[in-house]
Ligand binder design. Structure first.
Ligand SMILES: *[C@@H]1O[C@H](CO)[C@@H](O)[C@H](O)[C@H]1NC(C)=O
Ligand SMILES: *[C@@H]1O[C@H](CO)[C@@H](O)[C@H](O)[C@H]1NC(C)=O
Ligand SMILES: *[C@@H]1O[C@H](CO)[C@@H](O)[C@H](O)[C@H]1NC(C)=O
Ligand SMILES: *[C@@H]1O[C@H](CO)[C@@H](O)[C@H](O)[C@H]1NC(C)=O
Ligand SMILES: *[C@@H]1O[C@H](CO)[C@@H](O)[C@H](O)[C@H]1NC(C)=O
Ligand SMILES: *[C@@H]1O[C@H](CO)[C@@H](O)[C@H](O)[C@H]1NC(C)=O
Ligand SMILES: *[C@@H]1O[C@H](CO)[C@@H](O)[C@H](O)[C@H]1NC(C)=O
Ligand SMILES: *[C@@H]1O[C@H](CO)[C@@H](O)[C@H](O)[C@H]1NC(C)=O
Ligand SMILES: *[C@@H]1O[C@H](CO)[C@@H](O)[C@H](O)[C@H]1NC(C)=O
Ligand SMILES: *[C@@H]1O[C@H](CO)[C@@H](O)[C@H](O)[C@H]1NC(C)=O
Ligand SMILES: *[C@@H]1O[C@H](CO)[C@@H](O)[C@H](O)[C@H]1NC(C)=O
Ligand SMILES: *[C@@H]1O[C@H](CO)[C@@H](O)[C@H](O)[C@H]1NC(C)=O
Length: 763
């Protein structure tokens, strides 16, 4: 080791050497070098680490072995260790420079092959892995004194001294190794790797220290996945953490895998936890339950174990009905679409002369209990094999049965007639295929229970050769038909009888309704033939002016005419609804009709004859509205001479009082029906007041008058009036206020007068 010129224990590293050189030069050159000196005593000027070499003429100073320099002003120690201990001393060594030389020491755990503590590698000595057991060490073991090197340091003896190296887990700080704790600033500090690096998408599990050898364990966050399974990173001797091998990437499972015979359904993402659902293809099912695939933390899909297997349709519960029809069931399964069946039919005719029947029928249906009516020969043994059309697979079913013979009379249960299209008979035959030919005679008789004389008879012959079993006979609606069937040519076979009833007509059978003579109806019956028909007539009557009035009539009329008519017993001045329905029809026809008003009832008056005396008051009673609404009451003053020519319905005497009208008569008072109180009211004649628009003028003295009460009914532009003479006035009438009235023969007299009057009041 080179010593600094200060004599202070500053380690002379390779870096410091060039710096110290000029200092040594400055100090080692006390005087100037001259030519004369060169010859005087050169040797005396040699450096302390130089030797003087005498030549013939002169001497020269040469630095000793281990030193370099000019031999006079400087010979500085050569640091043999500068090329590294392993280069200079060999493996497992430390190299120690000393002035003019160096020596080597084996590192802890090694020994020198010369069994010495120190060695120079020139003699072939090197360090081996075994420590000397002989302890042939000459030096005093300085390291015996414990903890010379302080915390984290390892002590190594040197010749007469020791030096320190940092132990595993420690690093030199403040200077290089080796160092001497009392001289050098170097110390050993414990390795601290600090905070481990973070990894994207990952986190650190559990506890760790930042010291050498400590391990941290990483894991990927939820939704992240790493290919590497090495989760650990260690704190290295370099004081740094190993870079983590865990490489967390966001999980993306990509497209879910294909499942055989299934299709992906609905939405799914490729992220962790996403569930993809599959549905089996048509004709396949998954007995193990729903098929799903889940995106796992490995970034792959994990598909449930279920698979889609082909549905094999089992055809069972085959039954025969209606003689030629077959029905079956299929096993429940997830089949939503139509299934095509192949029905193979093989028939063995009973009559060995006739050929067999072989046919394939296809049926496509969605039904779980399909049925099909086959076109089979009567009286034949059949084998029917039902299977599904390929590619669908099935467990086929085979059934055998015998079709009934084609004899309509054979069995009452099978002989069956129904009606369709209202007018046609349909014979429900066993089969459409022709067996042996037979002719049947049908006799048809139609009756209606409510019409004694109704009668509809027809007949036809039916041959089994005819493919169609429909006979249209123009039947009447709502009629009970009896049908007798006889097999012609077999007199020993009794005829068979059955009954069918036609439904009421759904089409309207009444048209062109008209009203004539006010209360009579005429219509047209759509049924062309002159058959008897019964009509139900329903009548409702109402009056707007008489709330309490309600008339209802229901009755039947029978007619065989194509244009029946009927006259109804209707009240005047009434609104009617009339419904007419043929009993063979479902539909009634409803019409409205209104009857005209007729004359109101004659006014009820107490008749008077006045001879020059005062007139009593006219007592006005409300007339009943039995023939129409009453509109007004008028009091007419008529010169007696005109009475015989007065017409009640005439508008002639409707004038106001005036000198001119006096001669022909005038209206002296008019009261509207609504103004008459329910009991009665009294009107004084000639009180000079206005009644309605008419002036009630006093009667002229010395004249003869006839005073008439007229009741008028007016509705629907029809006006009808009824009149009654109330009083005959002879001479003059001075006052109308006389309290005494001369009532003469009230009832009988009035009737006589009124009857007489009626004779001229007719229109
Ligand atoms: C020193 O060690 C190195 C590496 O371990 C090896 O390659 C080399 O041969 C060793 N030298 C000697 C002299 O044993
Ligand atoms: C051991 O070292 C001493 C001096 O340190 C020396 O005299 C002696 O020769 C060495 N022994 C061998 C075997 O080299
Ligand atoms: C983590 O370290 C803390 C403090 O040193 C300690 O209290 C805790 O028990 C440790 N946890 C585990 C799981 O080692
Ligand atoms: C499927 O995803 C689309 C687009 O994100 C969305 O509009 C739709 O409503 C989703 N359907 C279902 C059944 O979730
Ligand atoms: C047999 O056929 C008739 C007429 O076609 C039908 O009304 C009846 O329902 C059928 N019978 C069965 C059992 O289906
Ligand atoms: C049809 O079947 C019946 C009973 O199953 C049998 O008696 C008859 O001989 C068969 N006829 C034919 C033609 O196979
Ligand atoms: C019925 O279906 C089978 C199989 O699909 C086919 O070979 C055959 O031609 C079909 N027959 C008819 C009459 O459609
Ligand atoms: C019924 O039909 C299926 C399909 O055509 C066939 O495989 C099977 O042998 C048939 N069964 C019989 C008894 O004819
Ligand atoms: C049908 O036959 C019965 C007796 O069998 C007979 O009374 C009836 O009049 C016959 N009807 C017709 C329409 O021939
Ligand atoms: C039906 O056939 C019988 C016997 O041949 C015949 O007398 C009768 O007139 C036929 N009836 C009709 C409506 O054709
Ligand atoms: C109306 O009735 C009268 C008498 O009742 C009658 O003479 C006349 O023919 C009828 N009018 C019509 C159109 O029938
Ligand atoms: C009309 O005739 C039918 C059939 O006879 C009967 O049921 C009904 O009661 C009759 N109606 C009246 C109002 O007479």
């Amino acid at each position: 080791m080179a010593r600094g010129p200060w004599g202070v224990g500053i380690p002379l590293g390779r870096l410091l050497l060039p710096l110290l050189l000029p200092l040594n030069l400055a100090r080692g050159a006390p005087r100037a070098w001259s030519q004369d000196d060169f010859h005087s005593d050169i040797c005396a000027t040699c450096h302390e680490h130089a030797t003087c070499l005498k030549r013939e003429t002169t001497s020269i100073c040469i630095c000793k072995y281990g030193f370099v320099g000019n031999g006079r002003t400087h010979c500085i120690d050569k640091d043999e260790c500068q090329y590294g201990a392993s280069v200079v001393c060999g493996n497992h060594t430390s190299c120690h420079n000393i002035p003019g030389g160096f020596y080597c020491i084996c590192l802890e755990g090694y020994r020198a092959t010369n069994n010495n503590k120190t060695f120079i590698p020139n003699d072939g000595t090197f360090c081996t892995g075994f420590k000397s057991s002989s302890g042939a060490v000459a030096d005093i073991d300085e390291c015996e004194v414990s903890s010379r090197c302080r915390r984290g340091g390892r002590c190594v003896n040197t010749r007469g001294s020791y030096e320190c190296y940092c132990m595993d887990g420690y690093l030199p700080k403040g200077g290089p190794e080796p160092f001497h704790p009392t001289r050098d600033a170097t110390s050993c500090t414990e390795i601290d790797c600090g905070t481990p690096p973070e990894i994207p998408g990952g986190y650190i599990i559990g506890n760790y220290t930042s010291r050498l050898g400590s391990q941290v364990h990483y894991a990927c966050k939820e939704g992240f996945f790493s290919d590497s399974e090495d989760t650990a990173s260690s704190c290295t001797a370099m004081g740094t953490w190993e870079s983590p091998k865990l490489n967390c990437q966001e999980i993306d499972c990509g497209r879910p895998p294909e499942v055989q015979h299934a299709i992906l359904e609905g939405n799914h993402s490729s992220r962790l936890g996403s569930v993809a659902h599959y549905v089996c293809l048509e004709g396949f099912e998954s007995p193990g339950g729903k098929i799903t695939s889940v995106c796992t933390e490995k970034g792959t899909w994990r598909t449930s174990a279920s698979t889609c297997s082909e549905i094999i349709i089992e055809i069972n519960e085959v039954s025969v009905f209606n003689n030629t029809c077959v029905r079956w069931q299929i096993n429940p399964g997830r089949i939503n679409s139509k299934i095509e069946y192949v029905i193979y039919i093989k028939g063995q005719r009973l009559d060995p002369l006739e050929s067999g029947h072989e046919e394939t029928v296809n049926l496509t249906t969605e039904s779980r209990t399909p049925e099909v009516c086959l076109d089979l020969y009567p009286g034949t043994n059949y084998t029917v094999n039902i299977s599904t059309a390929p590619p669908r697979r099935s467990v086929p079913a085979v059934t055998e049965f015998q079709t009934a013979g084609d004899d309509l009379l054979e069995d009452d249960g099978i002989f069956n007639i129904s009606i369709f299209n209202e007018v046609c008979l349909k014979l429900n035959r066993h089969s459409r295929k022709v067996g042996s030919e037979r002719v049947y005679q049908f006799k048809v008789l139609g009756r209606r229970w409510y019409l004694n004389t109704f009668y509809h008879a027809t007949s036809f012959n039916f041959t089994t050769r005819e493919q169609t079993a429909v006979v249209c006979l123009d039947l009447y609606p709502a009629t009970d038909y009896s049908v007798n069937v006889t097999l012609l040519g077999s007199p020993e076979r009794p005829s068979v009888q059955t009954t069918v009833t036609t439904a009421p007509a759904v089409k309207q059978t009444i048209s062109n309704i008209s009203v004539f003579n006010e209360t009579c109806l005429r219509w047209r019956s759509m049924k062309t033939a002159d058959i008897e028909e019964m009509y139900l007539v329903h009548i409702w009557g109402q009056r707007w002016y008489q709330k309490g009035f309600a008339q209802e009539m229901i009755f039947n009329i029978t007619a065989s005419s194509q244009t029946p008519e009927t006259c109804l017993d209707l009240s005047p001045g009434t609104n009617y609804s009339v419904s007419i329905q043929a009993l063979s029809s479902e539909l009634p026809v409803v019409i409205s009709l209104t009857t005209q008003i007729t004359e109101p009832p004659l006014p009820e008056v107490d008749f008077f004859t006045v001879h020059g005396g005062p007139l009593p008051r006219l007592r006005l009673r409300k007339a009943t509205e039995k023939n129409g609404p009453i509109s007004s009451y008028q009091v007419l003053v008529l010169p007696s001479a005109l009475q015989s020519t007065f017409a009640c319905d005439s508008e002639e005497v409707a004038s106001f009082f005036s000198e001119a009208s006096e001669a022909s008569g005038y209206v002296t008072a008019e009261l509207l029906a609504k103004d008459i109180p329910d009991d009665a009211m009294e009107i004084p004649i000639g009180d000079r007041l206005y009644y309605g628009k008419y002036y009630n003028a006093p009667l002229k003295t010395g004249h003869d008058y006839c005073i008439i009460l007229r009741i008028t009914s007016e509705w629907n532009e029809v006006r009808r009036s009824a009149c009654a003479v109330w009083a005959h006035v002879k001479g003059s009438s001075l006052t109308f206020l006389l309290p005494q009235m001369v009532g003469v023969g009230l009832g009988s007299m009035a009737v006589v007068i009124v009857l007489a009057f009626l004779s001229f009041s007719a229109v």
